[in-house]
Design a binder for this molecule. Structure first.
Ligand SMILES: CC(C)(COP(=O)(O)OP(=O)(O)OC[C@H]1O[C@@H](n2cnc3c(N)ncnc32)[C@H](O)[C@@H]1OP(=O)(O)O)[C@@H](O)C(=O)NCCC(=O)NCCS
Length: 135
């Protein structure tokens, strides 16, 4: 869990914090990690927000391991699990200035739904994206 928190802290200005991660883990949200020889290099957290809506809470890859398709493997697994849970669609929020992540999600056919101004620290907006998995 400590490595997951480290990766999160290096990846986002606004961090959930270790305690929140521990709480989410206790709550039983979906939690997958990618490892390189036992060393955690990425994670994805997801949950079923409503019976019809899956949600990606957070995903990040250690900066030394980016662009190696680790994020792709993590998100593919999360989508597969949510799909098996029969959610209709999957949502997520991404910082409107995080063009790399937006590109990453578009590769999975996530589409822009709406923008929520001031979502992050009352400053930067969030783009809400969604992916339809069951019609
Ligand atoms: C977004 C993130 C998880 C992607 O993980 P990754 O393992 O580096 O991504 P992948 O190697 O699987 O990338 C797959 C494709 O997504 C796109 N992509 C990924 N990062 C990109 C970037 N910085 N800029 C543009 N396109 C990007 C590319 O099309 C890439 O394919 P390519 O490398 O063949 O061009 C990672 O960059 C990260 O941890 N970012 C910081 C945290 C974050 O922004 N999380 C998401 C916000 S909610």
């Amino acid at each position: 869990m400590k490595r997951v928190f480290e990766i999160e802290a290096m990846s986002f200005d606004q961090s959930y914090g270790l305690n929140m991660f521990l709480k989410l883990h206790e709550m039983g949200v979906g939690f997958l990690v990618a490892e390189d020889d036992g060393y955690v290099v990425g994670y994805v957290l997801f949950w079923i927000k409503h019976e019809y809506e899956g949600h990606i809470i957070s995903i990040a890859v250690d900066k030394e391991y980016k662009r190696l398709k680790i994020g792709t493997k993590l998100l593919s697994q999360a989508i597969m699990i949510l799909n098996q849970c029969n959610v209709e669609y999957i949502t997520l929020e991404v910082n409107e200035n995080n063009s790399g992540a937006i590109e990453f999600y578009k590769n999975f056919n996530f589409e822009v739904d709406r923008i929520v101004p001031g979502y992050y620290n009352n400053k930067e907006g969030a783009i809400v994206m969604s992916l339809q998995v069951h019609p």
